[in-house]
Design a protein around this ligand. Structure first.
Ligand code: GCU
Length: 372
């Protein structure tokens, strides 16, 4: 009943009323061009590849996005991969000086800004840790798929779609979270063909708005076996009906392009929603979902994030899988790794090495259980 009736019903609600409907077929062709590679990146720890995605629409319009991939060296078999967008360009995720700046940099960065410089967000990217754990990591700047501003839709991949209109949005038309999620699936398309990647062990991970995106991507694309939300908050893991921290009125006013226009109906009106975010997490079952919170990130409602992960457990039980054991949120730095994962750490809204350690442990558990 869950698979035949309730899952499709919920998926339809999230599509029609929150993120917008992902087009069934976009008729967008993608070609991959290896623009740089380095077999001895990170002091020999990894092979680095930079792959330019060339998108072409049926209408002849084109678009480009740049993927950065690190594959651990010295492993004889295919490896799992963590796919995760970055906020400020591939070049900000590491100090390695051969990483090419992401294409849409110039469009987004304000003059004189200290952001966007090489390595600026490196603390959020525990590449070495992941590589030593035997994981590849693939990243792309999310602005490459849809520059994150309501005025910049025309620079996204959207104009490649025949039905695209710049000024008018249908009530259920996908917002940028939907478009970014589509982009995650295009990265999966590429990785499936990559010789050293184990396509049965693909993980999607995202922070904050990109955590909302990772969840929506992971729900729709079953190739992602572990779906990780880092501090995703409102419109991500947090329950909307608690109306704690950020709420629907604020998020839709500040970021009108993220969701479909129909989501505005629930602004100041969460109680009327026929669904809530724990049901989004449940749509990942029987694959694995992980939610992480930060103590000082009250805007994202850590308790609401936890409860959502807890209530998603009801669906995991249908598969004889184990959800989180108690409605009570665990203490700081006490990760819970059942078939659903959760941890809360000290500190602010961010991605830290501690978060990566927890994710890698959880993924190890999931993937080694599969091999047995
Ligand atoms: C803002 C927004 C959040 C979002 C965050 C981020 O704080 O209100 O919903 O998650 O930006 O993406 O960093």
């Amino acid at each position: 009943q869950w698979e035949k009736k309730r899952r499709p019903e919920l998926l339809r609600m999230f599509s029609e009323q929150e993120y917008g409907v992902t087009p069934q077929s976009t008729d967008i062709k993608v070609k991959y061009e290896l623009v740089a590679s380095n077999p001895k990146a990170m002091s020999g720890l990894a092979t680095q590849k930079q792959v330019l995605f060339h998108f072409t629409g049926k209408n002849g319009k084109t678009h480009q996005a740049l993927l950065l991939l690190y594959i651990p060296n010295g492993i004889k078999e295919r490896v799992p991969v963590i796919v995760s967008y970055n906020f400020h360009g591939n070049q900000t995720t590491t100090l390695e000086d051969d990483v090419i700046p992401s294409p849409l940099n110039e469009l987004m960065k304000s003059e004189g800004s200290e952001k966007w410089v090489r390595g600026e967000q490196a603390s959020r990217w525990s590449y070495e840790l992941a590589l030593r754990h035997g994981y590849a990591v693939a990243t792309m700047n999310y602005h490459d798929i849809f520059p994150d501003s309501p005025d910049l839709r025309k620079f996204s991949i959207l104009p490649l779609l025949p039905e695209y209109k710049n000024d008018l949005r249908e009530a259920n038309e996908w917002g940028s979270i939907g478009v970014w999620a589509w982009g995650y699936s295009r990265i999966a398309d590429y990785l499936e063909k990559e010789k050293w990647i184990d396509k049965n062990c693909m993980v999607v991970l995202g922070h904050s708005r990109l955590g909302k995106t990772a969840l929506w991507a992971g729900v729709q694309d079953k190739r992602f076996k572990v779906v990780i939300s880092n501090d995703s908050g409102c419109g991500g893991a947090a329950l909307s009906k608690r109306v704690f921290g950020e709420n629907i009125a604020r998020i839709t006013a500040n970021f009108p392009h993220w969701f479909c226009p129909a989501f505005n109906i629930y602004s100041e009106n969460e109680a009327a929603m026929p669904f809530d975010q724990h049901e989004l997490l449940a749509l990942v079952a029987p694959r694995h979902v992980y939610v992480a919170s930060a103590e000082d990130d009250q805007w994202a409602d850590p308790k609401g994030e936890y409860l959502s992960a807890y209530y998603a457990g009801q669906v995991y039980h249908l598969y004889n899988m184990q959800g989180l054991p108690s409605e009570k949120q665990p203490a700081i730095h006490q990760p819970l790794h059942y078939d659903i994962g959760y941890h809360i750490r000290s500190g602010k809204h961010d991605v830290t090495e501690y978060d990566w350690e927890c994710y890698l442990d959880f993924c190890d558990k999931v993937f080694s259980a599969k091999k047995e």
